[in-house]
Design a protein around this ligand. Structure first.
Ligand SMILES: [Fe+2]
Ligand SMILES: [Fe+2]
Length: 430
């Protein structure tokens, strides 16, 4: 993962999408330059062993256009976002390109950096909209509810705001009378020992069984070697993959986070460059041999849901493909779906709402509760199907505080379609 072919392929998807979206948004010259960048990256990706797939670029472009919005919706921020995606490509692809290619890419992107800076200075940066909840009609499942599952997206404990928001979300889940819950990775912001200690204390607040798994943020921990897995095991005395049950409903939590160093430092999107923070784990996911062996023991056994940190391949948010579960592990997940007859898959990692399917089984991405719209998920399982609802934490003062820092672009990113926040699913054959 994250070899030349994968990075160049991902970079090509971004540039091909930027070319379309920039032109559509009225930045014609920038779109033409992005198209030339895409042609160069297409050829280098193919040479490195990964042939381009235009349908992935089209799907990525749909996502990008939705986030960037039109000029009247996001002002200069939408253009800023599109331009910074280009800087992301410059920074990450240059490691795998020769100097001439790398220089050509930067030559083509340079005029946009200046133009965007000028637009931001002259039009001003839009202030965050007032606090709002992306309301949608509550989904109720068909038939009689047999169990409720609570879903806590990436907690990122260790950040001040998360340390205050997560206990409020857990209190809400306790009040919802859910039978079991799952916390889908990135338990901590940085994998440090003190953050795991704080996470243990906060997650002990659930008054019902909770399954835990890990995310990329948990895996490293600030030193020269990955320490997260050992810290998690020591503080929580359990493995980051397990099965829990409540009222005859089964939840399988899978660990997809890997303790592999990223070849890149963290990238600061606002600045458009790498930070000098220490390297962390790769953001992408993969199952370890231990997890792959363990899932072979799982068979069909009543209503089943699967939760893991990373969304399945091909993830087409940012950065495309690299950020999600890899292709091989996605095949393992598909086989597990078939073997267990699972009803749904729940993922975190992306800090947004999204809904799609893997082999006909619904996949729901649940946003990070410490970020807009400051919410947690509840699944109502019935004898005939299930319903998913995303619900705002009830502590309005925390929502208002967090909202005041959340600009329109992130809200567009996190919101997702209404169906991703409230949906009903019918059990196959019912
Ligand atoms: Fe996260
Ligand atoms: Fe993550």
């Amino acid at each position: 993962m994250e070899g030349a072919a994968e990075v160049l392929f991902s970079s090509w998807i971004t540039e091909a999408a930027r070319a379309a979206v920039l032109s559509g948004r009225g930045h014609g010259d920038a779109g033409v330059r992005a198209a030339e960048r895409a042609r160069l990256l297409a050829s280098r990706s193919t040479n490195a062993g990964k042939k381009i797939e235009p349908r992935l670029a089209s799907r990525h472009a749909e996502w990008m256009a939705e986030v960037a919005g039109a000029e009247e919706e996001t002002g200069p921020l939408g253009w800023f976002f599109l331009q910074r995606l280009g800087m992301f490509v410059d920074a990450h692809s240059s490691v795998f390109l020769d100097e001439a290619d790398s220089n050509r890419l930067r030559e083509l992107s340079a005029p946009d950096e200046e133009a965007v800076a000028h637009a931001m200075a002259s039009q001003g940066i839009p202030t965050p909209p007032p606090p709002e909840w992306p309301a949608v009609k509550e989904a109720t499942p068909p038939g009689k509810v047999i169990a409720r599952i609570g879903i806590l997206g990436d907690p990122h404990i260790g950040l001040d705001f998360a340390n205050r928001l997560i206990p409020a979300a857990i209190e809400d889940l306790n009040r919802e009378n859910v039978d079991l819950s799952v916390t889908i990775g990135d338990l901590t912001q940085n994998g440090q020992d003190a953050s795991f200690a704080a996470a243990k204390k906060i997650l002990d607040g659930f008054d019902h069984p909770v399954a835990l798994t890990l995310g990329n943020h948990d895996m490293w921990g600030g030193g020269d070697e990955p320490a997260g897995l050992e810290r998690f095991t020591r503080h929580f005395s359990r493995k980051p993959f397990e099965v829990i049950e409540g009222n005859g409903v089964r939840l399988i939590a899978l660990n997809s986070a890997i303790p592999q160093a990223s070849p890149f430092p963290p990238f600061e999107m606002t600045a458009g460059r790498f930070t000098d923070e220490p390297n962390e784990s790769v953001p992408g996911g993969r199952f370890s041999d231990e997890v792959k062996e363990w899932v072979q023991t799982l068979e069909s056994d009543g209503p089943t849901f699967i939760a893991l940190h990373h969304p399945p391949y091909p993830y087409l948010g940012l950065p495309p493909v690299l950020f999600g579960l890899d292709e091989e592990s996605t095949q393992v997940l598909s086989d597990l779906l078939e073997r267990t007859g699972a009803w749904g898959i729940i993922c975190g990692h992306t800090h947004r709402s999204a809904l799609y399917d893997l082999k006909g089984v619904p996949v729901i991405e649940v946003p990070c509760p410490k970020e807009w719209p400051f919410a947690y998920g509840v699944i109502d399982v019935s004898d005939e199907g299930w319903a998913f609802n995303l619900k705002p934490v009830t502590d309005r003062s925390l929502v208002e505080e967090g909202s005041s820092r959340t600009n329109v672009l992130f809200r567009r990113y996190a919101r997702g379609p209404d169906e991703a926040r409230a949906s009903v699913f019918f059990r196959k054959g019912s």
